[in-house]
Write a protein that binds this ligand. Structure first.
Ligand code: CAA
Length: 240
């Protein structure tokens, strides 16, 4: 029987590549999105993957939508917490809302989705949760105290929840992407981005599919002994 997978922010960027990789691996995928209905409809037409709109920062919306997905498609076996936003700026210019929005969506979304799906995975004795962190959560980044804190929090969250799932067949892992060729990275001012790319040993931005292949592995049957780990996919930009 096909596994049921939910990918948050799963209709574009890295999320779209993850949705497609899991579909290719045989899962029935539902992509969550928060923005443009037209684009989500086009995504479903293009891929055959269902899209469902809600804000992952809204706790009750996660509970309700995951229950509705389970009722429609079957119990959720795989969750990829990919949805993320940036509100970059130096601390002096960062508002409380910039801080709070990023924490609410990027880190709060992981908690909300785990609350909705982890208990069922434990009960059924199988589950996969993959949280998308960031190189900037590992190394920090000028102008990103909010994003770096949230992504760093994801790495701690992953290691803690992995311990709760380990004996129950539920693995919890993180991937820390470097700079990937997406709209989010394209929004970085060109001169700043040029300096960043110059520091990537592989000499280029990553492709979304290069992250998606890592996610597909961590979600596979074969990855049952991998838990609490962080897979860095960053072209060698940060090694530790
Ligand atoms: N280290 C030290 N100093 C830096 C710096 C750095 N990395 N970057 C900028 N500065 C300095 C500048 O040299 C400049 O100094 P002077 O005033 O002395 O000349 C000062 O800081 C101001 O720089 P900016 O003109 O860039 O400042 P700004 O206020 O216009 O913009 C910013 C600040 C919005 C943070 C901008 O620098 C920026 O967008 N930086 C990129 C942040 C980034 O990498 N975001 C990643 C988004 S993608 C993502 O997050 C995905 C992922 O997971 C990887």
């Amino acid at each position: 029987m096909a596994r049921i997978a939910v990918v948050t922010g799963g209709s574009r960027g890295i999320g779209e590549a993850i949705s497609l990789a899991l579909q290719k691996a045989g899962a029935t995928v539902v992509a969550n999105y928060a923005g443009n209905d037209e684009k989500a409809r086009a995504f479903t037409e293009r891929t055959g993957i269902a899209a469902r709109k809600w804000d992952v920062g809204d706790h009750q919306a996660c509970i309700d939508n995951c229950a509705a997905i389970a009722a429609e498609f079957g119990p959720i076996d795989i969750v990829v917490n990919n949805a993320g936003i940036t509100r970059d700026g130096t601390l002096a210019r960062m508002s409380y809302d910039d801080w709070h929005d990023v924490m609410r969506v990027n880190l709060g979304g992981c908690f909300n989705m785990a609350k909705a799906c982890f208990p069922g995975m434990v009960e059924r004795g199988w589950g996969r949760i993959v949280n998308i962190g960031s190189i900037n959560g590992q190394a920090g980044q000028y102008g990103q105290v909010n994003y770096a804190a949230a992504k760093s929090g994801i790495h701690g969250f992953t290691k803690a929840l992995a311990q709760e799932g380990a004996k129950k067949g539920v693995t919890v892992n993180a991937i820390a992407p470097g700079y990937i060729d997406t709209d989010m990275v394209a929004a970085v001012p060109a001169p700043v981005l040029e300096k960043i790319v110059a520091k990537i040993p592989v000499g280029r931005l990553g492709q979304a599919e290069e992250i998606a292949r890592g996610v597909a592995f961590l979600c596979s049957e074969n990855a049952g002994f991998v838990t609490g780990s962080t897979m860095s996919i960053n072209g060698g930009q940060h090694m530790y």
